[in-house]
Design a protein around this ligand. Structure first.
Ligand SMILES: [Zn+2]
Length: 160
């Protein structure tokens, strides 16, 4: 479970009861406009995938609540059924581990939406123990880009 850890002013803009659209089946994607891709998504605490237009903040998509997973997702329609073409764990508000894929896969499987075998883009987030800034770790380079401190390389599944 991931609790929102981004800027407080974004959390303050969340309106009660306004969340991303729940996706329980392929048909739930029909009414969404392709221009909104890739969508912002969260998997809520009930395990439901919720998506919102890409400019939406994850914390707004989640109604301000903790999530099981968060990131960006894109769909493509093949033979009348929607499938996932791209999906990542990119959310600097929630900083989900690569291991959150399991929750994304379960939510998509329950909705009957075809998916890849894992994130098509995986991000590793680390708060620097020295300066406190949030780093997005690339190429397993576990060094703070702001101050040069070493970052913990430990992560749920894929750490070195
Ligand atoms: Zn630092």
């Amino acid at each position: 479970m991931y609790v929102y850890a981004g800027p407080p002013e974004l959390l303050a803009q969340v309106r009660p009861g306004v969340m991303g659209a729940p996706i329980a089946s392929s048909a739930d994607i029909d009414g969404l406009t392709p221009d909104d891709e890739p969508f912002t998504y969260v998997v809520d605490l009930e395990g439901t995938l919720r998506i919102a237009p890409r400019r939406s903040e994850h914390v707004a998509c989640a109604g301000g609540r903790p999530v099981l997973a968060a990131g960006e997702i894109a769909f493509e329609r093949v033979h009348g059924e929607w499938g996932v073409t791209e999906v990542s764990n990119q959310s600097t508000g929630y900083c989900p581990d690569p291991a959150s894929w399991r929750e994304v896969a379960e939510a998509l499987d329950r909705a009957g939406i075809a998916r890849p075998d894992g994130f098509t883009a995986t991000f590793v987030f680390r708060h620097c123990p020295g300066c406190g800034e949030l780093n997005v770790v690339k190429d397993e380079d576990y060094v703070c880009v702001f101050c040069g401190c070493g970052l913990s390389g430990l992560s749920g599944l894929s750490g070195p």
